[in-house]
Ligand binder design. Structure first.
Ligand code: FMN
Length: 323
């Protein structure tokens, strides 16, 4: 491949991204916050914050706590509701000129469907992403993604009515992950985003109080990266032709490359945006350098290339512990 210049473009079975490094849901704001800090027009794409049918005020503060290698947070899905989103947030996101995925949320299948219906035909939307970490009120607030049936009901209903490609955002903390991802794709999901944040809690031992006012929250950042890599690896093996976007603890190119080698087609950057708004740009540039070094021509050349199996070595083999 000597002399062939690598390119960064990615084709998610028809959803084209200029680079494989997008911004994850909830980590971009309206785009205006980044003005003067970075040119978001160079990012691979952006996922909006999760939008629900009606405005949601969100939970009490404090909403964020630092934990070793991770950020613990909860917003309680604060958002202005789909109407305000369409009127005053989406136009700003679309103006950036990169693919916009709209994250859809709800507490019932019906709510997901109604929000998805309102997005149809609106300019500037490349895809929708179903936030399946949302609480399913029919099951006492358990996340839709925690079991196969509710996840498939949401994704199937959205996909049946949507002209836009639907990505199902799943979380790694369910034993049925591979089956759920497979079933979502059979129910019509165009792709899978994996992994959403994991549930977490931190307690201040001086006051006996949780550090988040809401009690429990979501853990993101470097702490969840190996979990995301394993989740992507398992799902990619099972459904290799379904576009898979890896998310979880991507701070630099090396993290993204790991996810690509595990089987992701593209990645999203979340928590890292708060410390370094240039992160998606730096990640993309680092991937390009890596491709050049390896004599490869596109991010897709890395997809699923992890070499599994135990290398032979003297004095016995180093096998995986516990399985
Ligand atoms: C402050 C904050 C707000 C978030 N809001 C949303 C959201 O509205 N919808 C969603 O699906 N994920 C949301 N996320 C999760 C991210 O999209 C991402 O899945 C998660 O943070 C893991 O990626 P990371 O380790 O790169 O942060 C949010 C994350 C953070 C840190």
């Amino acid at each position: 491949m000597a002399g062939v210049r690598p390119t960064l473009g990615v084709d998610l079975n028809g959803v084209r991204l200029p680079t494989p490094a997008m911004v994850a849901s909830g980590c971009f704001g309206t785009g205006r916050e980044l003005a003067g800090l970075v040119d978001p027009g160079k990012f691979g794409g952006v996922v909006s914050q999760t939008v629900t049918l009606k405005p949601v005020k969100g939970v009490a503060t404090s909403r964020m706590a630092e934990t070793p290698s991770g950020l613990l947070w909860t917003t309680g899905l604060q958002n202005p509701g789909v109407e305000v989103f369409l009127g005053s947030v989406l136009p700003g996101l679309a103006e950036v000129g990169i693919p916009v995925f709209v994250s859809v949320g709800g507490t019932s299948v019906e709510e997901f469907v109604r929000v998805t219906a309102l997005l149809q035909g609106k300019r500037g939307i490349a895809a929708v992403e179903a936030n399946l970490s949302c609480p399913d009120l029919e099951r006492g607030g358990l996340p839709f993604s925690s079991e196969l049936k509710p996840a498939v009901e949401v994704v199937g209903a959205m996909s049946r009515l949507s002209m836009l490609p639907v990505f199902a955002k799943l979380t790694a903390d369910t034993p049925e992950l591979v089956e759920i991802a497979d079933a979502c794709s059979r129910a019509g999901a165009h792709g899978i985003t994996l992994s959403g944040p994991l549930q977490g809690m931190s307690i201040d031992t001086r006051t006996f109080r949780p550090r988040l006012a809401a009690g429990t929250g979501w853990l993101s950042g470097p702490a969840i990266h190996p979990v995301a890599v394993a989740a992507v690896f398992r799902v990619a093996r099972a459904i290799p032709t379904v576009p898979l976007i890896g998310v979880g603890g991507v701070q630099e190119a090396e993290d993204a490359i790991e996810l690509l080698l595990a089987g992701a087609w593209a990645v999203q950057v979340g928590t890292a945006m708060f410390a370094n708004p240039q992160a998606p740009l730096e990640v993309a540039q680092g991937i390009l350098r890596y491709l050049k070094d390896k004599g490869l021509v596109a991010p897709g050349d890395l997809r699923g290339r992890v070499r599994v199996g135990v290398p032979e070595r003297r004095g016995g083999t180093a096998g995986p512990e516990g399985g």
